[in-house]
Design a protein around this ligand. Structure first.
Ligand code: BGC
Ligand code: BGC
Length: 868
């Protein structure tokens, strides 16, 4: 429920009662429809064609697809299906990841497809060459068509996240992330970008990309905001068709020809509309809004022929999409008429109620066609799915439908008829990767994506005859300017040398000044030898991907405004400042705007940072070669808590509206006195629950003993020195009992896979509290730890031995620890990764329940640490 608390705070206060009521009614309707389909005991006899659509299905139009059903293709599918064993069919539906299978597994099982996740490379080598990629593609392909073990010779296909160019491959052309492309609002350019991406992907022997993301992003706190083109469906709708055509070619012309790849519109559906902008969270839109806002990219992308759809991690009214038969089958396939396949997202099926990564008939029954199953869960999943068909939990007709869809796409894409990956037209033509003509298109995209927000006294454009200082940690940092999904998943850990052929903003400015008589200095911290006329300061967000980028408000550099300091220091010396802001979303930067004479939203431009200088600096003769073209495709917030400000809102008061963006010569009227007062989130009240009968999202419970760690998945579990079981305190199974046998260091902890920003909660909640019942006193020291993500001091522990030893045996008692006991030791609540970890090397037996941050006054805590 903690997410709900968050929601009430920051958003949708403006929603009127009628709308709220409508949402509630709809939610009840939807929930009951879903329950019926989830609990459908007759699923054995149900096929996709005889599913009843609900009355609301009229919201969803029948799409007139550019790619039509073809009798010859359908006949071929039928023949193939009739010759396949159940095992071969299920193998088509399993998509493992390259880190978890070998070529021999492919030979043995004949998987229909496989993927490399973000930051996964052939041989785990970040610097794998195109030849290494092709070799893996070729080996996997040959193993898949080798029928000596599995009896099947259906070629496999490889899917990859080429989401801003072929971003896993060193040297590829990296385009601006989608948010910047949205600001460019140029569908023709987008089609070229997609076509280039397809080509660079084809060089490495890969068949299929997990793009475009057509999320319509409503809350900019979402860590995937930059993967979306806009907050409004208009651009998303026009772009989805262009991207799909660029990636796949055009139906009836060069559709899936030898320079094209299969595309995926993702993540179906409503990923950009979750409450609080929570990644993988819950979308509470009405069905009409789901269609009008969130589905528009599917309407155009599927019409243009996209052959696959990726199911989303998010829920709609509490039901995870991976198990939502109404959305996956009734709406998408039956009503809209999609005849390609639905691929799952990264173990997304494991998040459905009643499922695990290893077993999930619910998902297939709901309409999922391919399980994306990284980790070694693929093997039990394969075996369990076969068993579930045999025992009737999954109807064979559903399997046949799923496999037909996969084969249909493979036939259309020529996977059966093309040469093997190493022998394809573009394969191995390494000169295509990062080719000049590709980079030129990327440079154009960078230029067109820049949005000029402020330009007082027309300080821009700069002249190459000026004395220019370029400063800031983004000035010469291609990794930072490229953001997440850049070589590595999170986009972290990259150096400029990881981008051969790419350029930084500094590189561009240097080139512009090379032949003029201006002077250029570069320093990270704004220091200089000779006083400049103007400083370009390049700064912004550090790279992140997915939930790691979720925020609880939009304030830039909360608590540590180092770039603001840099700007102010320069201004104080009488130097004009031009800010180039690198970010995955609009942010509250009022103070930075005030400290800048000009301010450019540059988003995440990718590998061609130099193009920024094309716009900032004139030619030698003073002529402007490239004016600003970008217009905001996201409204810019006027406060840190204005997180859901969107075009067409009834009450709409952004700092800069949707569509805003200055050109040269236009008068910039932005005041230098924008409100800089940080609005405290007073409205947060109540406890922040970490464990309440069960671990609360996003926290998961783990046991650890020496160096072994395991996720708690059952009621009774043991690992090394620790045993664990559920027990009843007030209601069933609301508490956990743990016993440490003293044989080695062991712990129980609650951890999230993404760090959480709990600063707002820790301001009002001053203690970490929990209920505990002692069964055996500790024989050695017991520590309570909180951990955050980051270097060095992100670990704070407090010795609990004395306190625990002083409690009564066999009696529930409430314990609270002043949060100062942790913050004093350097814990950063902005990046909390483990809010509770109890460890000991000795013997100990206790039970615990109800872990939360609560608002007890710290001097009444059982453990106090405050100095005052
Ligand atoms: C993301 C998808 C991506 C997949 C494969 C998931 O975590 O949500 O967008 O395609 O991983 O890397
Ligand atoms: C990424 C992977 C990553 C994983 C972690 C996925 O979305 O694609 O590369 O390792 O998430 O959970």
């Amino acid at each position: 429920m903690l997410n709900k608390t968050k929601i009430h705070l920051f958003k949708s206060k403006s929603r009127n009662n009628l709308e709220a009521l409508a949402v509630r009614v709809c939610s009840i309707l939807v929930a009951s429809t879903l329950l019926m389909s989830c609990n459908n005991e007759d699923s054995k006899n149900v096929t996709t064609t005889d599913i009843q659509t609900t009355s609301n299905a009229s919201i969803w139009p029948r799409l007139n697809m550019d790619v039509k059903t073809d009798v010859a293709v359908e006949t071929r599918i039928k023949e193939l299906i009739s010759s396949m064993t159940l095992e071969q069919k299920i193998a088509q539906m399993i998509q493992p990841e390259i880190r978890d299978i070998t070529v021999e597994d492919m030979r043995k099982y004949g998987f229909g497809s496989y993927l490399n996740g973000g930051g996964a490379f052939p041989d785990n080598n970040k610097h794998a060459t195109p030849a290494d990629w092709i070799k893996l593609a070729e080996d996997m392909y040959q193993a898949s068509v080798d029928d000596s073990i599995d009896g099947s010779s259906i070629p496999t296909m490889w899917g990859t996240d080429a989401v801003h160019g072929h971003n896993n491959v060193i040297g590829a052309t990296l385009f601006p992330h989608n948010i910047g492309l949205g600001a460019a609002n140029n569908p023709e350019l987008i089609e070229k970008i997609a076509a280039i991406t397809a080509k660079e992907v084809m060089v490495t022997g890969i068949d299929w990309v997990f793009a475009p993301t057509v999320a319509v992003v409503r809350d900019d706190r979402w860590g995937r905001t930059y993967e979306g083109y806009s907050e409004d469906p208009e651009i998303v709708k026009s772009y989805a068709a262009s991207i799909v055509k660029g990636l796949q070619g055009r139906a009836g012309q060069d559709f899936l020809s030898d320079e094209r790849v299969i595309s995926t519109v993702k993540h179906f559906l409503g990923d950009g509309g979750t409450e609080g902008g929570d990644d993988q969270g819950d979308n509470l839109s009405t069905e009409q809004v789901l269609f009008d806002i969130h589905a528009q990219g599917y309407v155009s992308g599927l019409t243009a022929g996209s052959q696959s759809v990726m199911a989303s991690f998010n829920s709609w009214h509490g039901v995870k999409n991976h198990g939502n038969k109404y959305l996956l089958t009734d709406v998408l396939k039956t009503q809209m008429g999609f005849d390609g396949f639905v691929v799952g997202d990264w173990n997304g099926h494991g998040q459905i109620a009643g499922c695990t990564n290893e077993s999930c008939p619910q998902s297939i029954n709901a309409g999922l066609d391919i399980f994306m199953v990284p980790t070694n869960a693929w093997k039990p999943l394969y075996e369990n799915t076969i068993a579930q068909v045999n025992n009737g939990e999954i109807a064979l007709s559903r399997i046949n439908d799923a496999v037909s869809r996969i084969l249909r796409v493979k036939i259309r894409a020529g996977i059966f008829d093309k040469p093997s990956p190493a022998k394809r037209k573009l394969s191995g033509k390494t000169e295509i990767i990062g080719a000049d003509e590709h980079r030129n298109i990327a440079r154009q995209a960078v230029r067109e994506s820049l949005v000029l927000l402020k330009n007082n006294n027309n300080i821009l454009p700069l002249s190459p005859h000026q004395k220019i200082l370029i400063a800031g940690d983004g000035a010469h940092n291609i990794g930072k300017q490229s953001g997440g999904w850049t070589i590595t998943w999170q986009g972290t850990g990259n150096n400029n040398s990881d981008f051969p052929g790419g350029s930084s903003v500094y590189d561009g400015v240097r080139d512009k000044l090379a032949n003029a008589d201006g002077l250029l200095e570069y320093s990270l911290d704004g220091s200089f030898q000779e006083k400049p006329d103007v400083a370009i300061v390049v700064f912004g967000e550090e790279p992140y991907a997915e939930g790691n980028g979720d925020l609880d408000n939009l304030e830039f550099q909360r608590g540590n405004k180092k770039d603001l300091q840099l700007l102010r220091t320069l201004k104080a010396q009488g130097i004009a400042t031009v800010s180039v802001f690198l970010s995955g979303r609009p942010m509250w930067v009022n103070a930075e705007l005030n400290a800048s004479d000009a301010f450019v939203a540059a988003w995440l431009p990718g590998s061609e940072g130099a193009a920024i200088a094309d716009v900032l600096i004139t030619k030698d003769n003073g002529r402007v070669e490239h004016d600003f073209k970008g217009k905001l495709s996201f409204s810019w917030p006027s406060s840190a808590t204005q997180t859901t400000v969107n075009r067409h809102d009834k009450v709409y008061q952004p700092l800069f509206p949707y569509g805003y963006g200055l050109n040269y010569g236009e008068k910039s009227i932005l005041s230098d006195n924008l409100n800089e007062v940080v609005v405290e989130q007073q409205s947060i009240t109540g406890d922040y629950k970490i464990f309440d009968r069960a671990a609360q999202k996003p926290w998961n419970m783990y046991l650890q003993s020496a160096d072994k760690s395991s996720l708690v998945t059952s009621n009774v579990q043991s690992l090394g020195a620790i045993t664990f079981k559920t027990l009843d305190k007030v209601v069933q199974e609301d508490a956990r009992a743990i016993t440490f046998d003293g044989s080695e260091l062991a712990s129980v902890r609650l951890t999230s896979s993404f760090s959480e920003d709990l600063r707002a909660y820790s301001k009002v909640n001053t203690v970490l509290s929990f209920n505990v019942m002692m069964s055996k006193f500790p024989t050695e020291n017991v520590f309570l730890e909180m951990l955050c993500e980051g270097e060095g001091k992100c670990k704070a522990k407090h010795d609990m031995t004395q306190l625990l030893s002083s409690l009564d045996l066999d009696k529930w008692q409430s314990v609270s620890v002043d949060l100062a006991c942790f913050s004093d030791k350097g814990l950063d609540m902005a990046k909390l990764i483990t809010p509770f970890k109890l460890s000991t090397q000795g013997e100990l037996s206790l039970s615990f329940a109800d872990i939360s941050l609560s608002s007890q006054s710290s001097d009444q805590a059982s453990v106090t640490c405050s100095n005052n």
